[in-house]
Design a protein around this ligand. Structure first.
Ligand code: WT7
Length: 673
């Protein structure tokens, strides 16, 4: 992506509330002080929350990179999100407004459900009681939750958190193979799923996919099914039970005491793709994670009691864990949870939702915005979007056009708007234009300023700070609360993936970044073999290993190419085994395989059948060469050279591969699409 770092001052947008405006230089000075005294800084933040028992030590860093925050402290995330609100005036405040996707003839939602904090507390206690008494679950056990965007998803998460049961949420768009892998790696004995859900006007049969996964997931003994649609599904006697049937046996107002857990105990496992191997189970703690969420809810979103908050992500991803479930509920907000597609039945559904509930805080993604931009601005003027006050974007770099469009159409050229950078591993957002703190001028396309206490840096190959306006690698030099504890069952891999590339236990994010003259961060995209498709993280390795499972495929290389809406999409270069012909039919077959094994988000844009791939002397695929050819970029742009290959070797490989691909594309007999 080519960007202009040094925007003229006129292009820096000022927030409506100028009283909070801060010169970036002063922000950075304050930031420096909080980083130097980061333990004291985080201890102050932690004092904002109640604890069952306070900590003896702010940070145990005796065994890096396995950091423990607020050692000796006791807490419980379910207690933080519910009990204290129920004991306050917020008891009857609406916590969740849920809207199902289907609409009636007049375009009104067929289903809207509201839960006050008291309602939510009641349901969470009842489900926790069920898990504890009927399924004998206790602290440290693991369960897998495969649910769509329905209220039962946060209810189960909070019920598990109440007991110290470690939950693993699997995105409802994932395939049976992905679900099965995650169940097996987390060794869950219980699966929670639903009979189905609505998406884009269609019913998705979730229980069928779960049943398919269970054929290869021997650890599961029981399945709880939430009745979302009431359609007929397969129920295995003795193994499966409907939640509503089970709850009939549970006393109405049962109370389950929140377990006093250690701050550093695990709250959940969430799988995310990396460069090699299967998805890695990131493990998040309780104390540090909740402190980071409390801080960022206040500083990035400026939450207030009168707000109506809406994060459009899916709870199945980390954004939803942190900024639909734990963050907002901890702050006692009223929030929207929407089941379906933001563009069903037309591109204005999201605008209708904003108007219907008077949304004031909106957290969304560049892909969503780019999708909405396909329509003329007038399309949205029939909706009143005036309630929105603070907006943020997340998941991938936001192009300045999308930034400006959103800033104008929803932001009325005055709202606070920025792009928050973070990762599943970081627990919460670490850069922003801080709406609730001091606001530095907004810069379209940037990720704003690093959070106080977080030592974010752009470094060169050796790990030394890069000069301003020079591209480098994004690292975090000191631990922060919210950092993943480990990779589930594989601590060695945690060290190797994140803490061995740069010196001094720097956390390696995998991203390219630039810090501009004013200290703003520009996160430019992944520097590794991870691609972001509509903000979702895919390891190209996962797709390649799926492709080579097909009998026709000898070798495969997958890279991401730019896409107008989704940011990036995968393309595959495939070498076939002898006796197979690369035609449309085979390309479709390979695509179906990827969709079935990984999920529809992994859909390949194209499959190109080639006779060779550029390789190093030790037969490693030169990915950046493949990438350059796939994206029509000269190899000169490829700054990081492959291991063990000289510049000349890379150039030669590039030219050869380019010639090969061009020959295929210009071949009149080529039947490939
Ligand atoms: C990767 C992490 C945590 C939110 C959802 C994604 C990219 C995330 C931004 C942003 C540019 C971004 C990075 C990062 N990314 N937010 N605002 N600007 N890039 O979490 O699936 O773990 O992916 O998403 O490449 O490393 P994730």
């Amino acid at each position: 992506m080519s960007v202009n770092w040094a925007l003229p001052f006129e292009e820096r947008l000022l927030p409506a509330d100028k009283s909070k405006l801060l010169d970036p230089k002063i922000y950075l000075e304050l930031h420096k002080q909080t980083v130097e005294n980061f333990k004291e800084f985080w201890a102050e933040r932690a004092k904002e929350l109640p604890w069952f028992k306070p900590w003896d030590r702010v940070l145990d860093d005796s065994n890096p990179p396995f950091y423990k925050w607020f050692v000796g402290a006791e807490t419980n995330a379910s207690w933080l999100c519910l009990d204290r609100h129920v004991a306050s005036w917020r008891k009857n405040k609406v916590a969740i407004i849920w809207e199902g996707e289907p609409l009636d003839k007049n375009g009104k939602p067929l289903e809207i459900k509201k839960y006050t904090y008291a309602d939510l507390y009641k349901e969470v206690n009842r489900v926790a009681y069920l898990l504890k008494t009927k399924y004998n679950l206790k602290k440290g056990d693991t369960v897998t939750i495969y649910l769509p965007m329905i209220p039962e998803l946060p209810i189960f998460m909070l019920a598990c958190a109440r007991l110290g049961v470690v939950f693993n949420v699997v995105f409802a768009g994932f395939s049976s193979a992905s679900l099965s892998d995650r169940i097996n790696d987390s060794k869950s004995a219980l699966l929670i799923t639903a009979d189905g859900f609505w998406r884009n006007g269609k019913i998705l049969h979730l229980k069928d996919i779960a049943d398919e996964a269970l054929k290869t997931s021997p650890t599961i003994r029981n399945v709880i099914v939430v009745r979302r649609l009431g359609n007929k599904i397969n129920i295995v006697e003795g193994r499966d039970a409907y939640l509503d049937d089970l709850l009939r046996e549970v006393p109405e107002n049962v109370y389950v005491e929140p377990t006093r857990l250690k701050s550093e105990d695990p709250l959940y496992i969430l799988y995310t793709s990396g460069t090699t191997g299967k998805p890695k189970g990131q493990v998040h703690d309780i104390g540090g994670y909740m402190v980071l969420l409390d801080t960022t809810m206040k500083w990035a979103f400026d939450v207030r009691d009168e707000d109506v908050y809406w994060c459009t992500a899916d709870i199945g991803w980390v954004t939803g864990h942190s900024y639909i479930v734990f963050g907002p509920l901890m702050e006692g907000v009223t929030e929207i949870i929407y089941e379906g597609s933001l563009t069903y039945p037309d591109a204005a559904r999201w605008a209708a939702i904003i108007e219907r509930y008077g949304v004031t805080i909106l957290y969304t993604s560049p892909t969503a915005i780019r999708g909405w931009m396909k329509n003329p601005k007038e399309f949205y003027t029939r909706y009143n979007l005036a309630s929105v006050r603070v907006m943020h974007s997340v998941g991938e770099p936001i192009n300045p056009e999308a930034f400006r469009w959103f800033y104008e159409v929803v932001g009325k050229n005055r709202n606070h708007f920025g792009s928050t950078w973070w990762m599943t591993e970081t627990g919460g957002l670490l850069t922003a234009h801080w709406a609730g703190l001091y606001t530095t001028p907004m810069k379209p396309g940037t990720n704003g300023m690093p959070l106080f206490g977080v030592d974010l840096e752009v470094v060169d190959d050796k790990g030394d700070p890069q000069r301003p306006e020079e591209r480098g690698y994004l690292v975090i030099r000191k631990p922060w609360p919210g950092l993943s504890l480990t990779i589930w069952g594989d601590p060695q891999r945690f060290i190797q993936v994140y803490f061995s590339r740069f010196k001094n236990h720097y956390f390696w994010t995998g991203d390219y970044a630039v810090r501009d003259r004013d200290g703003y961060f520009w996160i430019l995209g992944r520097a590794d073999e991870v691609i972001k498709v509509a903000g979702h993280r895919l390891g190209t390795y996962e797709l390649e290993s799926t492709l080579i499972q097909h009998p026709a495929v000898a070798e495969a290389a997958v890279v991401g190419i730019p896409d107008e809406i989704k940011g990036e999409v995968p393309v595959a270069f495939v070498i076939l085994r002898q006796g197979y012909t690369g035609d449309d039919k085979l390309a479709t077959e390979l695509n179906n395989l990827v969709r079935a094994k990984v999920g529809p988000i992994a859909t390949l844009k194209t499959v190109i059948f080639v006779s060779k791939l550029p390789k190093t002397r030790s037969a490693k695929i030169m990915r950046r060469v493949v990438q350059a050819v796939a994206t029509n970029r000269p190899i000169g742009d490829v700054t990081t050279l492959e291991d063990e290959a000289s510049v000349d070797e890379v150039k030669k490989a590039y030219l050869e591969f380019l010639a090969e691909v061009e020959k295929i594309k210009s071949d009149p007999n080529n039947k490939q699409s």
